[in-house]
Design a protein around this ligand. Structure first.
Ligand SMILES: N[C@@H](CCC(=O)N[C@@H](CS)C(=O)NCC(=O)O)C(=O)O
Length: 288
């Protein structure tokens, strides 16, 4: 039975688990908990996670919450080897250090930016400074390792990448100023399982555009590596590729889909877009 993941695609913490599962070639059953509708406070969800956060994993009754704890659990249980979270004490120390930096610093900044967007508030100079500070720190990380934690891809790449993909929609990454981070983002996007990020990125784009009244063209996809099917937008891709499943649990947690791996790989063109936020773009600003 596939482990169940309570999730919402646009959440960076959830998407880091998607990357781990995809890297492990592990199927997950995804159950959407819409935090914008406060479904995380439903009685049934609070019973399994009193901290009311997603992602939350239910692996045949073993409940794990917190994305890092989930990623470590999945690699320990389902990994064919330790490559995604190496046992070597020195390597692991660096990985842990960067995982905690992500959890303690990057997560909180991203959360404040998402909440600002939800309230249709503009970003200010301090937000941009904080984002750039993060780019500077991870540029430093990459002076000592070729991937984010060591010289192979690990769960800290998944954790930080999920947030960086969001941050670049707020403040673009300058490849001249941050060459190592830019190269690493490209390497991450070239991973065969990068496609698991796309639905969430599209949701973020829709969420942002709706709140900022921005009209954008649908994203266009390059298909890799096989030219088997025309895919012009993510909604079609997911409608055609993600089978729905019936949910027999509590009604207050909505079913969404079953994660079937592996899918074909698609790379989005112009996936990372610059978002310019000015007071003018907000139209009537609502604070609720
Ligand atoms: N440290 C946790 C943070 C998880 C978290 O706060 N997730 C957000 C969505 S990105 C959430 O569930 N928010 C709803 C809430 O806190 O009630 C992790 O890495 O999983």
């Amino acid at each position: 039975m596939a482990p169940k993941l309570y999730t919402q695609d646009m959440s960076p913490t959830c998407r880091s688990v998607y990357l781990t599962a995809a890297a492990l070639d592990l199927k997950l059953e995804l159950i959407t908990v819409d935090v914008w509708k406060n479904q995380q406070f439903s009685k049934s969800f609070l019973e399994i996670n009193p901290t009311h956060t997603i992602p939350t994993l239910d692996d045949d009754g073993t409940i794990v919450w917190d994305s890092n704890a989930i990623n470590i659990y999945l690699v320990s249980k389902y990994g064919k080897d330790d490559s995604l979270y190496p046992n070597d004490i020195n390597i692991r120390a660096v990985i842990n250090q960067r995982l905690f930096y992500n959890a303690n610093v990057i997560f909180h900044l991203a959360k404040s930016l998402i909440l600002k967007t939800a309230k249709r508030k503009p970003f200010d100079k301090d937000d941009v400074t904080e984002i750039r500070k993060i780019y500077e720190v991870i540029e430093k990380f990459l002076e000592t390792t070729t991937w984010m934690g060591c010289d192979t891809v690990t769960i800290v790449d998944f954790a930080i990448f999920s947030f960086v993909l969001f941050l670049v929609t707020c403040e673009p990454l300058d490849s001249i100023v941050f060459p190592r981070v830019s190269k690493w983002v490209q390497k991450m996007k070239n991973l065969p399982y990068f496609y698991v990020m796309k639905k969430g990125m599209q949701d973020i784009e829709t969420f942002t555009n709706e709140r900022l009244n921005i009209k954008s063209e649908p994203m266009i996809f390059d298909e890799l590596p096989l030219k088997e099917k025309e895919v012009t937008n993510l909604t079609d891709f997911y409608d055609n590729n993600v089978p729905s499943t019936s949910w027999e649990g509590n009604d207050d947690i909505l079913p969404r889909s079953k994660w079937e791996l592996p899918f074909k790989t698609y790379i989005a063109k112009d996936f990372i877009k610059k978002r310019t936020v000015t007071e003018k773009e907000f139209g009537t600003i609502s604070t609720d």
